[in-house]
Structures are given as C-alpha cells and as structure tokens.
Design a protein around this ligand. Structure first.
Ligand code: PGA
Length: 251
C-alpha cells in the first residue's frame, strides 16, 4: 500500500540573505502566480532576521516560512539563541533541527536535537529533523547504522498532530555537487520509512522523508522520482528564484 504524501520542497538559506535578497522571493512568487500550480508544499527557511519580511512576501503565494534552528527552551537567559516560540511568533510554520553543520560545528547531540524537535512541536511548528552519515562512515559501510541511530535518538517518542519531517542529508553531499546514486538514496529512504513505520505506525508511513545534499535543477527530477523521497531540502539552489522554481517544477 502506498500512502499519498504531498511533497515538500524546502529551501535552507543558511547564513545567506539580507533584505536585498527578498527580490528573489518576489520573483519566485511571480513565477508561481503565472505558471502551473505547484504539486508540492514550498517552504523557505531564511536567516531569522528576514523571517517577518519574507513572510509578508511569501504568504500570499502559499509559501511557508521556517527557521533554521531553535533552542530547546521557550525563553530564558540564552544569549544569541532563538526559541521555537519566537520563530512561530515571526510567522514560521516549521524549523530545521539537527542540520549536520550544527551537529558538526556546535557539537549538537541527538539528545539536544530531540529536545529542539519537542520544543518546535510545543510551539506549533513542524520540525524538519536532519540525519545523515559522513563520508568516512559511508566508506566504512556504516551509513545505515549511523542514520538509524540518529533517527532513533533524534526523533521524539511522541509526534504531535502536525507531524514531523525527516531530512536525509549525507554530509559528504552537502554543498559539494556530489550526490549518492539513486539506488543508494532509495535504499536509505526505504530504511528510514521502515523504521518510522515500525515505530509510529500510520504516522510513520505518512511522514515526509526529504533528500538533501546538492539537489539542483539538473538532478531534481531523477531524485524526486525515487521511492520514499517526498521532497527535498535545498541549500545553494534555493537562493536563486530560477533554480528553486525549476526544482519545484520538477515535482
Ligand atoms: P546544498 O545544501 O543543497 O547546498 O547541498 C543542502 C543542505 O545543507 O540543507
């Protein structure tokens, strides 16, 4: 049985974008208004400084906005941090947690990522929980073991009504222009689907599993056609309206 899942194409702007970049979102909104209706949900996760402004431009086109990270606590003495509640207040509907750049550079553990995902759900946001192996882990044949363990420990025990999104992002594919083979993606997404379904039943069967890592207009169609790939988390190619629109059109 296959469950119908509306794909999600989510842009992760990372530490890119100032108010001048909003022109790209205006262009994207125009393209969406004049072209064929998209066959997916579209999200953009800009730097937090742009959330409110971007929301004003994106919301009329049905584009959802999201954060790139949040703190596990709702408020308090955490200089420089941002809570899920604040993101929601700025108009966000989702938030990326556990991106490999944060896991690697800030030592974020599965426990912390799970706490962030719980905080996101508590604030009414959908957490986009990232998992993925490093190049060394893949080369030593441990990719599935690593991703399974991240999944088991980063995804909260209880999933709320809004659900969660899982993003499989092999670390070695992020920003490198290199992607796994379609067979490798199919195998990993199949494993993630099996583990989610075993643990959460119907909710797991319906959970979106995104692929992320060097997805671009040239490879989007092929990747998005793979079984259990329910959309993409797109970094570099989400910064320009033309590229991002081409990926949206590939769904
Ligand atoms: P990339 O980034 O598309 O630039 O490889 C993806 C991500 O890190 O989410």
């Amino acid at each position: 049985m296959t469950t119908q899942i509306t794909p999600l194409i989510a842009g992760n702007w990372k530490m890119n974008g100032i108010s001048a970049s909003l022109g790209e979102v205006r262009r994207l909104a125009e393209m969406l208004a004049t072209g064929e209706a998209p066959r997916c949900t579209i999200a953009i996760c800009p730097p937090a400084t742009l959330l409110s402004q971007l929301n004003a431009i994106a919301a009329p086109s049905g584009i959802v906005i999201g954060g790139q990270d949040c703190h596990p606590m709702p408020s308090g003495a955490h200089t420089g941090d941002i809570s899920a509640h604040m993101l929601a207040d700025a108009g966000a509907q989702c938030v990326i947690v556990g991106h490999s750049e944060r896991r690697a550079r800030y030592g974020e553990t599965d426990d912390l990522v799970r706490g962030k995902a719980v905080a996101a759900m508590t604030a009414g946001l959908i957490p986009i929980i990232c998992v993925g192996e490093t190049e060394a882990e893949r080369q030593s044949g441990r990719a599935e073991e690593v991703v399974s363990s991240q999944l088991a420990n980063s995804v909260p025990e209880q999933i709320g009504q809004l659900g969660i999104v899982v993003a499989y992002e092999p670390v070695w594919a992020i920003g490198t222009g290199v992607t796994p083979t379609s067979d490798d993606i199919a195998q990993m997404h199949g494993t993630i689907r099996r583990l989610l379904t075993e643990r959460y039943g119907e909710t797991g069967a319906r959970t979106r599993i995104l692929y992320g890592g060097s997805m671009k207009p040239a490879n989007a169609r092929e990747i998005l056609a793979i079984e259990n790939v329910n959309g993409g988390l797109i970094g570099g190619a989400s910064l320009l309206a033309n590229d991002f629109h081409a990926i949206i059109s590939a769904v």
